[in-house]
Design a protein around this ligand. Sequence first.
Ligand code: HEM
Ligand SMILES: *[C@@H]1O[C@H](CO)[C@@H](O)[C@H](O)[C@H]1NC(C)=O
Length: 501
Amino acid sequence: MCPICALLLLLAALVALVYIFLTWNFSYWKKRGIKSAKAWPFVGSFPSVFTQKRNMAYDIDDIYRQYKDTDRVVGVFNTRVPQLMILCPEYAHKIFVGEFRSFHDNEFGKFANKKVDQILANNPFVLMGEEWKERRAEITPGLSANRVKAVYPVSQSVCKAFVDYIKRQQRMATADGNNAKDLCLCYTTEVVSDCVLGISAQSFTDTPTPLVGMIKRVFEQSFGFIFYTMAANLWPPIRKLYSVALFAKDVEQFFFDIMEKSIVLRRENPKQQRDDFLNYMLQLQDKKGLNTVELTSHTMTFLTDGFETTALVLAHTLLLLGRYPADQQKVRDEIGQGDLTFEQLSELPYIDACIHETLRIFTPLLSARKLVTQAHDFVNKNGVTVRVQPGDVVIIPANSMHHDPEYYEEPEAFKPERFLEVNGGVRKYREAGVYYGFGDGPRVCPGMRFALTQLKAALVEIVQNFEIKVNPKTRTDNELDDTYFMATLKGGIWLDFETRK
Ligand code: HEM
Ligand SMILES: *[C@@H]1O[C@H](CO)[C@@H](O)[C@H](O)[C@H]1NC(C)=O
């Protein structure tokens, strides 16, 4: 045989081997009597992660719609790994709440590496087992109603500065209006740094501190990280050889420095004590003997989880109020004029409903991916039982459920009324297993109260002072950004703020 032919033959054999490796398990679900969604070699059932032509949530949505009427669960492939997608709300609710023990951890936890990623690896969202339990119990009291109340005056003064900032930005705005996400990120940066650390990021000035830029960079690596998780699925040993951090090194270092400074500042000025998160964390440090790295990474959880999600939700709430002026007016009627006390702020049912309706349409956690921690049986509509084993992953398509006309009439329309108490409230949808704005069960978002307070405080000030208008540059449907891992409107949210007299 000629050398070239031998080489070609070898190559062909190699390609065949790789192909077999990639598709070997594609019969996994069929063998167990469960249908499988279409899968391609290498990319599995979710090609959009690689093509980046549309948000991966739409891959999930296609599968959800295709099988939800005939099946309760359907097999999918994350690259070459078989995973189970849940199609019925009863099972979704069980996974989050009733059968929590069997679905205790997030898949994400498998990919975080404490050595390369101090910030992420200490976040309750990625922690597993006992470690999660301990950290969660430590952090939750720091976010209690009393502590949120203690920093409410801070939030209020930040909101006033935010309104002035919006006025100035609007005067300088081009025909495209204002980028709502950038505006909201300035707000949440300022609130979080002031409420958590007690320092101002000067976000509303022409000379913001580097904090603002750093915060913008916190999530910029997210795609590289998602790609890495894909690679780790293709070939798990890669996790031992090579690891990608979600946070860039210099960003991480910056946050460690700023945290250390704030801690020193607080310890040296006991007079400046207030019952905020840093104060709580410092007490915890004394009680548990945490070192600075531990203390810093715990407190970082507040920062990283706080600003991005809350900013996104605020921007989308403003967008939807801009699109639906009648609802905007209802919000205005509900809040009236002047400052609200913390108690008054807590009782604004219409604003609450608007926020939950926004969270339904643009839900930050597009899908939940839970790690099986105890074997569990699912029974499909045709009576076939399928058992998932520890280490398997189940996917709950939260975004698809939020947009399913079976559960939400006219799902693309903004209808806050559906979440009002007279119609059963948020609880009705949560108990039915079709609403996951803040998640549910023992892992439900511990920052919910803090986030809602920040959101409402800002909405009150903005709606009192401005008429929110959607700039024509903004698209009119709810199409998701192609690549971002949380829900955000494709093309950005562009708004105009007309000062009210
Ligand atoms: C509007 C803003 C926010 C939204 C929509 C949101 C939503 C969520 C969701 C959907 C989860 C997953 C829950 C589950 O798996 O059942 C979660 C987890 C979490 N959130 Fe939030 N969140 C927000 C703001 C915050 C804030 C401000 C903080 C901290 C101050 C925070 C801290 C956390 C933590 C630590 C977890 C992990 C909990 C665990 O696994 O035990 N979140 N959040
Ligand atoms: C197929 O998938 C199952 C379940 O994830 C796993 O245990 C098994 O090792 C896989 N088989 C191959 C050949 O990769």
